[in-house]
Design a protein around this ligand. Structure first.
Ligand SMILES: [Zn+2]
Ligand SMILES: [Zn+2]
Length: 361
């Protein structure tokens, strides 16, 4: 015989209480009736004690943002008593700046008791302002200017769009951890691209990425821009990233040998030695790097059609523009080819070099 529950008289199961009374005395969570949330009207950041919490950049649309904001708020305001609870949120009513929500919680008040369900109505008062980041960004705040140039030429269209994509991707990826990860203004002209970057840290990581990707040179200049409140001098850094004269596909000489640039990435330059017919890789620390000289751009290459080819004999080529025919040594075409194919060549110092068949691989 079990003793009766001291509250309702049913059979008691735990601490002198029946299951239902035990659950009532030990609710699954402490839930406030009313909570306030302040968010940034521009970016959706949430005001938290001591600052702003950025929302993930993966969220899209107002509803997803609101849902994230509400769960973030509830995770701070709702104190659950058991770990094994399931929460869900139901919207009851939405006014201009007030939301009436019902929080459903399922779980058990004690491991020996079955799961049960609890409902809590919460009033959520919303207010909007501008977070520090958006305030700074709209005010043109920038700690650094990143200038991207190329040595003795303008940037190519391909470089411009690649660089813009790198800047966007890195800004987005640092945005959640760096409240000043924004670019307040961008300009592109015949000399290159300028980015006004909110955080010096972001500007430095962008510069490092471009330096590595394009084997670029980096220079920094500091300019006095004023004093802070304590009288300390404040400087703004301008980081100049200068891409080399050549780009992928162009012709260079390395240690006196004519080469085509095949690829540039992660601090390494891959070249094809047109005389030795072999590829090699070097970086800015290589001894060979100091002998690197720009010869001419890729667009100077000529297209030829293979006219005739007989084994053991010179190959006859016809220039696709001038129709001039020339003969080259069979060995200078070190790849599979047949009559009618197009091959490319470059004339350097009165010498014609046939280019590797697929310069991109
Ligand atoms: Zn009871
Ligand atoms: Zn904001």
């Amino acid at each position: 015989m079990k003793a009766p529950c001291y509250l309702c008289g049913e059979d008691s199961v735990l601490d002198g209480l029946c299951g239902r009374c035990y659950a009532k005395e030990h609710p699954l969570a402490g839930v406030p009736r009313m909570v306030s949330i302040e968010t940034c009207k521009r970016c959706g950041a949430i005001r938290v004690p001591g600052g702003w919490k950025r929302i993930p950049t993966s969220l899209s649309g107002e509803e997803e943002v609101l849902e994230y904001q509400l769960w973030d708020l509830l995770s701070r305001e709702v104190k659950t008593t058991s770990k094994d609870v399931e929460l869900s949120l139901e919207e009851l009513n939405r006014l201009d700046r007030v939301l009436h929500m019902r929080l459903h919680i399922e779980g058990s008040s004690h491991p020996s008791l079955p799961r049960h369900h609890e409902d809590y109505d919460i009033e959520i008062r919303q207010s909007y302002s501008t977070c520090d980041t958006c305030g700074m960004a709209s005010g043109g705040y920038h700690e650094a200017i990143l200038q991207v140039r190329a040595d003795g030429r303008g940037l190519t269209e391909g470089e411009e769009s690649e660089i813009a994509a790198i800047v966007t991707d890195m800004t987005v990826s640092q945005y959640e951890s760096d409240s000043k990860a924004f670019v307040t203004s961008t300009s592109t002209d015949q000399y290159g691209m300028d980015f006004y970057v909110g955080s010096e840290h972001l500007a430095r990581s962008l510069a490092a990425e471009l330096e590595s990707q394009y084997l670029a040179e980096r220079k920094e200049n500091f300019k006095l821009v004023g004093q802070d409140k304590g009288g300390k001098e404040k400087y703004r850094v301008t980081i100049l990233v200068r891409l080399p004269r050549f780009t992928t596909g162009d012709f260079v000489s390395v240690a006196g040998n004519p080469c085509q640039v095949i690829a540039m990435s992660n601090g390494g330059l891959t070249c094809f030695d047109l005389r030795a017919r072999s590829r090699f890789t070097m970086n800015q620390k290589s001894v060979k790097w100091r002998t690197l000289e720009y010869l001419t751009e890729e667009s100077d290459k000529r297209a030829f059609m293979i006219v005739t080819h007989a084994f053991g004999k010179p190959v006859q080529l016809m220039d696709s523009k001038t129709y001039e025919t020339i003969e080259v040594d069979e060995a200078s075409l070190d790849f599979e080819f047949s009559t009618g194919d197009t091959v490319y060549g470059i004339e350097l110092d009165d010498q014609l070099y046939i280019l590797p068949s697929a310069p991109s691989d």
